[in-house]
Design a protein around this ligand. Sequence first.
Ligand code: HEM
Length: 313
Amino acid sequence: MDPPQHTVYRHLIDPYFTRERVEAFEPECRWIAGDLLEALRHAPSFEAMASLAEPYAVRIQCGFLGWPTSLHEPLLQWVRKNREATLARDTDAMAAIALEFDGHIRSQLERREGAGRAAPDDITTSLVRQTIDGKRLEHGEIVSILRNWTVGELGTIAACVGIIVHFLAETPEIQTRLRLDRSDLSPAIEEILRLHGPLISNRRTALRPVVIGGRRIEAGERMTVIWTSANRDARAFEAADRYCPERDQEPNLLYGAGIHFCPGAALARMQLRVMIDELLSRIGPFSLLTGTEPLRAVYPASGYASVFLQIDR
Ligand code: HEM
């Protein structure tokens, strides 16, 4: 979307991501992270994407929106099917998968409309009651908003958890430092994700002629904004390839820039900090499982398809 339409919808969704809301949701995220980690703490080894990153992303997403636990498994399956169809460039399957997702959301909306005043007090109910110029949002609009949030959450949060645990497994000295002192955890996470971005790119179409980096782009030309490349730009970051959590994170484009800056950034930052904090508290020093190689995710996804870890006792 572009302004002025974009501005109307941003005003509508931004209040769902305020500091108060994020802080109020932190204990539930901590509980979910703890629950998942408790199940792993006595295992000699585990695969971090399937047993930690993906279920964490789905469970916090359902918790944030007030969706039932019965949706956890269908959503996990949905993410996997969506990834496979995107990889295979199977547009028919992608359309069918999009419809399946809409069905999950519509059933949540209908349940709340049917319950009237007895509907649960959650974000999905608020969206159902939300108005623009005195008119309720249509189902299609709510589905579109929730799809945007869900894809933002499920894919990127899971990818981030995988990227961070992989990085810590490979750099025991940094893992140890963070175990002893968590005060640097937030900048450490921003820096790890600057070096290895969970979201490779987004696309734009120029609305008017513009010069970027000395190159003229005409109105109507399409381009790809490659966040992962910008985040290693030596003109923006000194020793751009080096891990340096104390560096100024201002130019870090992890959450985008400008009017489309990620509205979920504060939520995502909290969710990642909580997961890694709990991981370091509940699981002993870990490293990559001997004899295994982390399997990279394939573009357009980022991060890892699998990362096997061993707990070093
Ligand atoms: C670590 C996790 C996340 C990362 C790295 C991330 C990154 C980004 C980036 C780079 C953009 C800008 C896209 C562009 O300019 O084209 C963006 C936009 C967006 N993100 Fe996130 N995001 C994350 C989590 C979330 C979460 C948790 C939500 C919501 C629950 C969310 C919802 C959105 C939405 C709705 C937009 C579009 C905003 C607009 O166009 O005005 N994201 N995100």
